[in-house]
Design a protein around this ligand. Structure first.
Ligand SMILES: [Zn+2]
Length: 196
């Protein structure tokens, strides 16, 4: 992109995308064009979101979109800040293809959830997994999934294996379910009761 010259903001061909900053789906026509001076072809486009006014860069050479979109559902009412922040970090890792980082961070998140549910600090990852299962924070049929999570967590940390996208997604799906059952729905019910 060394020869790319960025032009003034202008009206571009309409682009539909989900904004990685605010999460809104939109079609934007306003942005910047990066043209290769030698070939006179567009090499990159920057569109401006009309909800949050932040830029998203579309690399027309390698197809990357920056920022990308976090994976998984955003979950409201996670009142435990470290748990909430780690979950968001895990989702964000996926938007830039950092799957191994996502798996390792998911493992840390699972440990944080256990500690926030009064598990002792300093236990092994496997012990935290057992704790969540024994105390009923994971539905009975989720135990097999927990074992899958446990194996994946161990692999990412001890063998320096590169995690696959599907593994990272499986973990986030699982954590999302645990967070919905243990944070989102209890908070929702509490709010409803307070209104009465
Ligand atoms: Zn936006």
């Amino acid at each position: 992109m060394a020869d790319t010259e960025w032009r003034c903001v202008e009206k571009l061909k309409s682009m539909s995308y989900t904004c990685g900053h605010c999460g809104e789906s939109l079609a934007s026509q306003i942005g910047y064009r990066g043209m290769n001076e030698a070939t006179r072809s567009n090499e990159g486009l920057i569109y401006i979101c009309h909800y949050c006014h932040k830029p998203t860069y579309f690399d027309l050479i390698d197809g990357n979109i920056i920022p990308g979109n976090p994976y998984g559902e955003k979950i409201d009412d996670i009142h435990d800040k470290p748990v909430n922040d780690l979950y968001e970090e895990v989702r964000l890792c996926m938007s830039c293809g950092a799957y191994t980082a996502s798996v390792m961070c998911s493992r840390k998140l699972l440990m944080n959830i256990a500690v926030s549910k009064e598990a002792k600090e300093g236990l092994s990852f496997a012990e935290y997994v057992e704790y969540l299962s024994e105390k009923g924070y994971v539905p009975p049929d989720g135990k097999e999934y927990l074992t899958h999570v446990k194996d994946m967590g161990n692999e990412a940390n001890h063998k320096i294996a590169i995690a696959k996208k599907e593994d990272a997604e499986d973990l986030i799906d699982f954590l999302g379910m645990v967070l919905q059952f243990n944070y989102k729905y209890p908070a929702k019910l509490k709010k409803r009761k307070e209104k009465k």
